[in-house]
Ligand binder design. Structure first.
Ligand SMILES: Cc1ncc(COP(=O)(O)O)c(C=O)c1O
Length: 465
């Protein structure tokens, strides 16, 4: 079957990304555009349209208006997801050989930018929930201890990256962390790929956006947490710690020379619609519906975990002895496709479309799952990953990635330096970076992870020769 035919297949309940739910929640403007003569809208950077880094043209004007809407000084639309804009931001906030502090659950795109720019990631560990195998974002005390440790160990950094919320919708109050970072004079970039909707400021129903907590740079993935088509994203800039010209040069470095006008129109429409009075009203209703959905499922005995984003519904399968990956396969057979299956949980992304009858469907399917022949001997607790509290790769990511390497069995890799970036996807969180030394605890832990994610954790690893 051709790829084109495959795209139109029915795919059951759309509890996966993009968040527009197979078109249901696309902005009216984009729906209308896509109904026009096919291909009419498929345009590159024509003079009147321009592109994200053009001084003039419709895109420049639209970016200006969007920045005003969200309260940023400037914004750039992206056509290569949050990935492209995070990478451009990293290249702009640090020079080669400089170090950037970031959490252990950082998305792999940030590490890839460190490889590209020969920048050293300084990684800090995070609170870890052993009952489900999830990281939590750091709170103020945790982060303060991280900065104290940097001081004791005399680690110098040039900037900080935070990632909030997590894929599963956990979020912490960023304002005190950002204030602390600014007191030290460092700029802060927040990967808010999963929290574009936080910037709507609709009261207490959602956490505060990093944008309103004072971050210098914030990246939103518009297809993950707004109404954009796949690959759409936006980078917001404010404050006076980062030179916007360097940002633009970094964007130009990584961006295609033919950004799709359709995707840029989708960026504009996503920001406009989500922040319009009607968009906010719809979002409030959706958040209420999602909270009710969660409460009804909990009342019916389903193990739904608490988080800070009602649009992410996390089913704690391992609390019933069921591996999330097995449960996910079973659900897919029944037409329920989740976004993020993990060993301990399944995360459903409710997105921005309505899900009629979902409570009934999930209750019925959960009870069928429990009485099915699925294995129920999956017994966490999950072991906390054995990462040091603060660590820097032994060798620079750049040189380890480019060094002569050889492939060896994972169990024979103790003492070697990894040349590989290994990160199960989703969620895309690296478990080993190029340049990190494989000690016995890490190798034992990675081998144990093979029991949980056999197709995601390789049995061999590329190490520096
Ligand atoms: C936390 C986080 N940041 C960034 C990204 C990259 O987003 P995109 O797919 O828009 O490139 C992801 C993707 O999974 C993510 O989970």
């Amino acid at each position: 079957m051709s790829l084109s035919n495959l795209l139109t297949h029915h795919r059951g309940n759309t509890l996966f990304l993009p968040a527009h739910g197979r078109g249901n929640a696309l902005p009216m403007e984009i729906k209308a555009l896509l109904k026009r003569k096919p291909g009419l809208w498929d345009l590159p950077e024509l003079p009147d349209i321009g592109g994200p880094t053009f001084l003039d043209g419709a895109v420049a004007k639209s970016q200006e208006e969007s920045a005003l809407t969200v309260g940023a000084k400037k914004g750039w639309y992206g056509v290569n997801g949050a990935t492209g804009l995070l990478q451009a931001s990293i290249l702009a906030i640090a020079r080669p050989k400089e170090s950037v502090l970031m959490p252990r659950n950082i998305h792999r795109s940030v590490i890839q930018a460190c490889i590209l720019g020969d920048i050293n990631p300084v990684l800090f560990d995070l609170p870890f929930l052993i009952d489900r195998g999830h990281y939590l974002p750091p709170d103020f005390d945790w982060f303060k201890t991280v900065l104290e440790r940097l001081e004791v160990e005399k680690v110098e950094i040039s900037a900080v990256v935070l990632s909030n919320p997590t894929y599963q919708g956990y979020s912490s109050d960023l304002k005190p962390l950002i204030d602390l970072i600014h007191k030290k004079g460092w700029p802060v970039l927040v990967d808010e790929a999963h929290g574009a909707h936080f910037a709507t400021c609709i009261g207490d129903a959602l956490p505060k956006s990093a944008l309103h907590a004072g971050a210098d740079l914030v990246v939103h993935s518009l297809h993950k947490s707004s109404l954009g088509l796949v690959q759409t994203a936006v980078l917001w800039w404010q404050g006076n710690l980062i030179d916007p010209e360097i940002l633009e040069r970094s964007i130009v470095l990584l961006q295609t020379t033919s950004p799709s006008a359709l995707l840029m129109a989708s960026c504009e429409a996503a920001v406009n619609e989500l922040h319009s009075p009607l968009g906010k009203k719809k979002l409030k209703e959706l958040l209420n519906d999602s909270k009710q959905l969660s409460s009804s499922l909990i009342a019916a005995g389903l193990p739904i975990l608490e988080n800070q984003d009602p649009l992410r519904l996390v089913l704690h399968t391992s609390s019933f002895g069921i591996c999330g990956l097995d449960a996910d396969k079973w659900f897919i057979d029944k037409g329920i496709i989740a976004e993020l299956p993990e060993p301990g949980t399944i995360t459903f992304c409710l997105g921005f479309s309505r899900h009629r009858g979902l409570v009934r469907t999930l209750k019925r399917r959960w009870s069928q799952l429990l009485s099915s022949d699925i294995s129920i001997n999956f017994n966490p607790p999950f072991k906390k990953p054995p990462f040091p509290f603060v660590s820097t790769p032994e060798k620079s990511c750049f040189s380890a990635f480019r060094s002569k390497s050889k492939i060896i069995p994972l169990q024979e890799s103790v003492g070697k330096i990894s040349s590989d970036l290994i990160s199960p996807y989703p969620p895309g969180i690296p478990i080993i970076l190029p340049g990190e030394k494989l000690d016995k605890r890490r190798v034992d832990w990675m081998m144990e992870q093979q029991n949980f994610w056999s197709d995601q954790i390789p049995t061999e690893i590329k190490v520096v020769a």
